[in-house]
Unconditional design. Structure first.
Lengths: 154, 391
C-alpha cells in the first residue's frame, strides 16, 4: 500500500480529466437531439478566434417566470425546429439551467459555439445558421454541426 | 597540456628535480582521469542541439494546435502531467530537493489539461464542479505528500471554488465541498491547514445562504453561529478558535457600515428572526464556555440594533465593546496589538461614516490622521509603562 500511495494523485487526476471528456460524449450518447435556428451578431471570421456567438430565435420572447435562474426543456415544433417546452424557476428532471432576463432565455453553453477546423471554410461569412444541440437527460447541452442557411429572405 | 609545460618551465629554472616533476605530472593526470570519469559531461553541442530540438517541437505543436484532434491535445497534456509525477518519484533518492518542484509542476499541468478540456469542449457551465474537484485534488496532495506549499494551493483552490459557487451551486456540490473541507480540517496536520479549512467552511456556509435563497441581512451571523458545531468535536484549545473572534470583529464593522448606509438596508429584519439569532448566539457561548470567545456572543446585540436606521445605537455599542475589550486585554496582561487595531478600525469607521459629508476633504484627512497619531502615541506610551512595570 505504501508504494501505491504517491501514485494515487496522478491516477485521480487522469480519471477526472477522462471523466469530463466522457461527460461530454455521454450528452450525445444519452441525449435527445434538437435542431435550432441561430444567428450571430456579425459574419463569422476565423481571424477573430475559434468561437462564434449565437442568438436563438426560439429562446426569445416573454416567458411566464421571474427573471433570474430558470430551468428549461425543449420540444420539436411542426417545422422541425426546437422550441421551449417548459420553463420553471425550480429545477426539474431534464431541465437545462439558464438565465432569463430582458425577455430572453440565455444558456451559457449554447450561446458560444466553438468552430471545428473542418467547419471553418463552410461557415465563414455566414450570419444565420442551423445547429444541432444534444440535450442530456440531466440537463447538460452540447452543440455541434453548425451549418449556414442561405439567406433566402434577402 | 599546460601542466607539462609548467613543470618543464620550473625544471629549467632549477626549481624542481626530475623525479618530483614526474610525480607532479602523474598526480595531475590521475586526478584529471578520475574527475572525467565522475562528471561524465555531455558535449556542449549535444546540449544546445537538444534545446533547439525541444524548442522546434514546441513551436511545431503550437503552430498546428488547431489542426490537432481534440483527444490528442488532451493526451499531450496528460502525458506531461504524468511525466512530472514520474520524475518526482524517480528523484526521490537522487535529488530530493526537486521532488516537490516536480509535484507542483504536476498540479500546473493538471490545471493546463483542464483548461484545454474546458475550452475545446465548451464546458463553461461546469466550472463550479471543476473548481471543487481541483480543491479536492489539492487537499489530496496535502494529505499524501505533506508539503506546506500544498496547503496554500488548497487554500487558493478553496477560495476559487467558493467565489465561483455564488452564482449557482447544487446540493451535491455543497455536500461534496463540506466533505472535502472536513477531511482537510480533520486530517491536515498543520495549524495553518485548520485555519484555511475553517475559512472554507465559513465560505461554504455563506454560499449555502445563496443556495436556499435566504432573504435578509443576518446570514453571516447565522453561519458564524453554525460553525460553533466544530467545538462539539474539537475540544482542545487551538489557534483556529480565535478565528471566531476575528470574523466577529470584521462582521461588527461590516454591519455598522451596512446599518448606516440608508440605501443599502432594503427591509426591516423580522423580530422573530432577530430574537432567535440573539438567543442562539448566547446559547452557543453558554454551551462551549470559552472565556476568550465571550466577545463573540456580544454579536447578539447586532440584530436588534439594525432596527434603528441611523446606526448611532450600533456605533455607540461597538465603541463601548472595542474600548472594553482593549482595557480587558490590557488588564489581563495579554497582547493588546490586535485589540488596539480593532479599536482603531472602529474609530475610523465611525469617523468616516459621520464626518465625511460634513467636513472639507483636506481637513477631514488632517483630523483623521491626527486621531490615528494620537491613538498610536497612547498605545506606545501604554506599552512602555507596561514594560517598566514588568522589569
Amino acid at each position: 500500500m505504501k508504494r501505491i500511495t504517491p501514485w494515487l494523485v496522478p491516477i485521480v487526476q487522469v480519471l477526472i480529466a477522462i471523466g469530463f471528456i466522457l461527460l461530454v460524449y455521454a450528452v450525445s450518447w444519452f441525449g435527445q437531439s434538437y435542431t435550432f435556428k441561430a444567428t450571430s451578431y456579425e459574419p463569422y471570421d476565423p481571424f477573430f478566434g475559434d468561437y462564434v456567438y449565437l442568438e436563438f430565435d426560439s429562446l426569445e420572447g416573454r416567458q411566464d417566470v421571474d427573471s433570474g435562474t430558470v430551468y428549461v426543456s425543449f420540444k420539436t415544433d411542426d417545422a422541425g425546429f426546437a422550441t421551449i417546452d417548459r420553463v420553471s424557476s425550480r429545477p426539474f428532471f431534464g431541465g437545462t439551467r439558464a438565465e432569463y432576463y430582458d425577455r430572453q432565455v440565455f444558456i451559457t453553453d449554447m450561446s458560444s459555439y466553438r468552430v471545428a477546423e473542418d467547419e471553418k471554410a463552410v461557415i465563414e461569412g455566414a450570419k444565420t445558421f442551423e445547429v444541432e444541440v444534444d440535450v442530456a437527460p440531466w440537463g447538460m447541452v452540447r452543440a455541434h454541426d453548425l451549418r449556414p442557411i442561405e439567406a433566402e429572405t434577402e | 597540456m599546460s601542466i607539462d609545460k609548467k613543470v618543464r618551465e620550473w625544471k629549467e629554472a632549477g626549481l624542481l628535480d626530475e623525479t618530483t616533476g614526474q610525480r607532479l605530472i602523474d598526480f595531475e593526470y590521475k586526478k584529471l582521469a578520475v574527475s572525467d570519469k565522475r562528471e561524465h559531461k555531455p558535449p556542449i553541442l549535444v546540449i544546445i542541439g537538444s534545446i533547439l530540438l525541444a524548442l522546434s517541437l514546441f513551436s511545431f505543436v503550437a503552430a498546428n494546435w488547431q489542426a490537432i484532434p481534440d483527444l490528442v491535445k488532451v493526451s499531450i497534456f496528460l502525458v506531461f502531467m504524468l511525466g512530472m509525477y514520474v520524475a518526482a518519484e524517480r528523484l526521490q533518492v537522487k535529488a530530493p530537493r526537486y521532488v516537490t518542484l516536480f509535484r507542483v509542476l504536476g498540479v500546473v499541468f493538471f490545471v493546463a489539461t483542464m483548461i484545454v478540456i474546458f475550452t475545446t469542449y465548451n464546458l463553461s457551465s461546469q466550472l463550479p464542479l471543476l473548481f471543487w474537484l481541483f480543491f479536492a485534488v489539492a487537499v489530496l496532495h496535502k494529505l499524501i505528500y505533506k508539503h506546506p506549499i500544498f496547503t496554500f494551493i488548497a487554500a487558493l483552490a478553496a477560495f476559487l471554488a467558493v467565489t465561483n459557487s455564488f452564482q449557482g451551486i447544487g446540493i451535491t456540490l455543497i455536500l461534496f465541498g463540506l466533505l472535502v473541507t472536513w477531511v482537510w480540517f480533520h486530517y491536515g496536520d498543520n495549524e495553518l491547514d485548520r485555519i484555511f479549512a475553517w475559512f472554507s467552511f465559513y465560505g461554504l456556509l455563506l454560499t449555502i445562504g445563496q443556495y436556499i435563497d435566504y432573504e435578509g441581512r443576518f446570514w453571516p451571523l447565522w453561519a458564524l453561529a453554525a460553525l460553533h458545531i466544530l467545538f462539539l468535536v474539537y475540544r482542545e484549545r487551538a489557534q483556529w478558535q480565535y478565528l471566531y473572534l476575528f470574523v466577529a470583529a470584521i462582521l461588527s464593522i461590516g454591519y455598522l457600515v451596512n446599518a448606516t448606509e440608508g440605501w443599502l438596508s432594503q427591509r426591516q429584519p423580522s423580530v422573530i428572526e432577530a430574537t432567535l439569532l440573539s438567543v442562539v448566539l448566547v446559547a452557543v457561548y453558554l454551551t462551549h464556555r470559552r472565556p476568550d470567545l465571550l466577545w463573540v456572543s456580544l454579536l447578539a446585540v447586532i440584530p436588534f440594533s439594525l432596527f434603528e436606521d441611523s446606526g448611532i445605537l450600533l456605533a455607540i455599542l461597538l465603541e463601548v465593546v472595542a474600548l472594553a475589550y482593549l482595557i480587558m486585554q490590557d488588564h489581563e496582561r495579554k497582547p493588546i496589538v490586535l485589540a488596539f487595531i480593532y479599536f482603531l478600525l472602529v474609530q475610523m469607521t465611525i469617523y468616516f461614516i459621520y464626518v465625511w459629508d460634513r467636513l472639507d476633504i483636506s481637513l477631514f484627512f488632517l483630523i483623521g490622521a491626527l486621531i490615528v497619531f494620537a491613538l498610536s502615541l497612547a498605545l506606545w506610551w501604554r506599552s512602555r509603562t507596561r514594560g517598566d512595570a514588568r522589569t
